[in-house]
Design a protein around this ligand. Structure first.
Ligand code: SF4
Length: 357
């Protein structure tokens, strides 16, 4: 290894430059007493229980349970709390509820739609694009989104330990063209703050790294994941930091999440959002306008709107490209430019995302 383990920190610690950080209070009072890990441990993993909690009659139980064998159900309580009770078409429920359609095999929908196995150069590392690498620090998520393009990803083969961290950092240290680390997953915020801090500190010692990007959905489903310690880690890092959230519908934003995001904004972290265009969930101009406006109000810039990656088991979420373009054109006509996300698709082997024009 050609770099030292302790790099200079760029910004003052939060404790030295105090930010106004209030305790999180707008929360389900029962959940308020638990840490994010405890909320995660109590997440719902059972179809019947989920349907009961949202007052929806049990139907297609066998098929739904069969779909769970391939990709388990996982949804934490704060996300369930945001669903409308008694509404089988609730846009949040539909993102996590297993459907019988997942069992259908449809031409064109495959297990590895982005051919990531070719870029999965070593355990926990995907190098697809120039100048940045994706590090899969965690192989799990706090929620299982039924449309996820990594629902069949070989996470078991990519489960990494501390020795693998070193191998990843060695790879990055050797390639001086890499300026940006992207922590993805699974969800990188599944790691504890202490683990994240250790990894980031080691990465900071690589001189040619300038930026750190964290892709996460965890705070959306468990807002108390934005701990003061986490904010402090990013605030005091020498990296220019960005967090790319994954929010598909305006109902996913709530006051508690917004409060956590405000802390990140105050700490100088850029906040962006990527969404996936999903049939029956956010495939209308009105829904997209509401999402963009709500994101901006919460301090997040709409960044990408992805058309669905054609992963097997998710064909029922797919939207025809012509329809996607129609919706996007309306956004361009009705919103200020900075509120319109780029409509993109990811194509295997391409050096960047492909704009859908
Ligand atoms: S949080 Fe992201 S990576 Fe995890 S299941 Fe959902 S879409 Fe996939």
């Amino acid at each position: 290894m050609g770099f030292s383990k302790s790099a200079p920190r760029k910004r003052a610690m939060i404790t030295e430059t105090p930010l106004v950080i209030e305790p999180l209070t707008d929360i389900n009072p029962v959940l308020a007493q638990y840490s994010w890990n405890q909320v995660l441990a109590g997440a719902t993993r059972d179809v019947e229980s989920l349907l009961n909690q949202v007052d929806i009659p049990i139907s297609e139980l066998n098929q739904r349970q069969q779909a769970c064998l391939d990709f388990p159900l996982l949804v934490p309580q704060p996300f369930i709390d945001k669903m409308e009770k008694g509404n089988p078409n609730d846009p949040l429920l539909l993102q996590v509820l297993p459907q019988s359609a997942e069992l259908e095999s449809v031409e064109g929908f495959i297990n590895d739609p982005l051919a990531e196995k070719h870029s999965n150069l070593q355990k926990g590392l995907i190098h697809k694009y120039h100048g940045r690498v994706l590090v899969l620090l965690s192989t799990g998520c706090a929620v299982n989104c039924r449309y996820c393009f990594r629902r069949h990803f070989p996470y078991q083969e990519n489960r990494i330990g501390k020795n693998d961290w070193q191998a990843i950092l060695d790879y990055v240290a050797e390639d001086t063209s890499i300026e940006e680390l992207i922590l993805s997953g699974g969800d990188p915020l599944m790691l504890s703050d202490q683990q994240l801090e250790r990894f980031i500190t080691q990465a900071e010692a690589i001189p040619h790294l300038e930026r750190l990007r964290i892709h996460t959905r965890l705070p959306v489903v468990i807002p108390q994941r934005i701990t003061n310690k986490f904010v402090d880690i990013l605030h005091s890092s020498r990296f220019d930091c960005a967090i790319v959230l994954h929010i598909n519908h305006s109902n996913e934003l709530d006051p508690l999440l917004t409060k956590g995001l405000t802390k990140l904004k105050m700490a100088g972290i850029s906040l962006l959002n990527q969404a996936v265009l999903l049939r029956g969930i956010n495939d209308s101009v009105e829904s997209q306008i509401r999402l963009s406006k709500s994101l901006f109000k919460a301090g997040i810039l709409p960044y990408y709107l992805h058309v669905l990656d054609k992963v097997s088991g998710a064909h029922h979420f797919d939207i025809d490209a012509t329809e996607a373009k129609r919706i996007h054109k309306q956004l361009l006509l009705k919103l200020s430019g900075y509120l319109v996300p780029k409509l993109v698709r990811e194509e295997p082997g391409k050096g960047s995302k492909t704009p859908v024009l």
